[in-house]
Design a protein around this ligand. Structure first.
Ligand code: GLN
Length: 195
């Protein structure tokens, strides 16, 4: 926690839409910062891996030798992965297969809605409340393990899930005005750092 009692949450800032996440985290009560190196990770209570292009992000993660530090971070601190970040958290990636952090027991298919319908804004229900979900060349979660809790679905596929301390969205909650999903993650980070 920061001296002001706010959880310190980093946003992986190698590629993708990390700035919108930082703003959403700040609105949700966290102290947000950009993460580019292993030492940036050391001072954090939680991390967001944003949307972008997962193969490019993975290449940059490898170049910066961040794969193991990120894995290690995820074994005791919460990570929230959105879209490309969701792909990076999965235990299995298909279409095509690529390495990942393997922190959330699920199989995820990249660019699964097809090229014609690259992006869409749809309505989903989270916690009994309707909210907008922005999907951009989104993956589909094809399988979840027994420890994964599905918080919201779209067209019968899970789109917001959690496993223990980690949270995953296949859409972009940082691009809509409703900060409830970021608030949920900030609460998870605060709870995890109090234990
Ligand atoms: N299609 C991207 C991928 O496979 C994810 C898109 C996104 O993050 N908006 O990495």
């Amino acid at each position: 926690m920061a001296g002001n009692g706010k959880p310190k949450i980093g946003v992986l800032a190698l590629q993708g839409d990390f700035e919108a996440h930082q703003r959403a985290l700040e609105r949700a009560g966290a102290q947000a910062s950009e993460v580019r190196t292993d030492s940036d990770l050391q001072k954090l209570d939680g991390l967001v891996i944003p949307g972008g292009e997962s193969s490019t992000m993975l290449k940059l993660i490898m170049e910066e030798q961040l794969l193991e530090p990120l894995r290690r971070f995820g074994t005791n601190k919460p990570i929230f992965g959105t879209c490309a970040g969701a792909i990076l958290l999965a235990t299995e990636v298909t279409h095509p297969a690529q390495p990942s952090l393997g922190l959330v027991d699920m199989s995820i298919e990249r660019n699964a809605y097809g090229r014609q319908i690259d992006s869409r804004i749809s309505s989903i229900e989270v916690n009994g409340k309707s909210r907008e979900a922005v999907f951009i060349r989104a993956p589909i979660i094809r399988r979840v393990g027994p420890k994964v809790n599905v918080l919201a679905s779209y067209q019968d596929q899970p789109v917001l899930v959690e496993q223990g301390r980690h949270l995953v969205a296949t859409f972009h909650p940082e691009l809509t005005a409703d900060d409830s999903i970021h608030r949920h993650f900030v609460d998870k980070v605060a709870a995890a750092s109090n234990t």
